[in-house]
Unconditional design. Sequence first.
Length: 85
Amino acid sequence: MLNRIRDLVTEVKGHSEMSRDMDRAIASGDREAQSTFRTGTFAAALTDKGRDARGEEVSEYARKVVEADGNGARFHRTFPRRDHT
């Protein structure tokens, strides 16, 4: 039971950090971020549907950034704490 709670806390923390990164991109005027990110932290962390939606949004954002910029540098700046391998 303790492992499940620890996993849940880790999941919420990770999605919270990602949401802050997304919010910063949106606030900075990043049009691709503004048109892509919709899923909230708790939906992404606590539901399969939210998790899947967030994954699709991140993939869509990466595609849009590469399309607009010709490379993925902005994607990596948007999510500096993510393992992009």
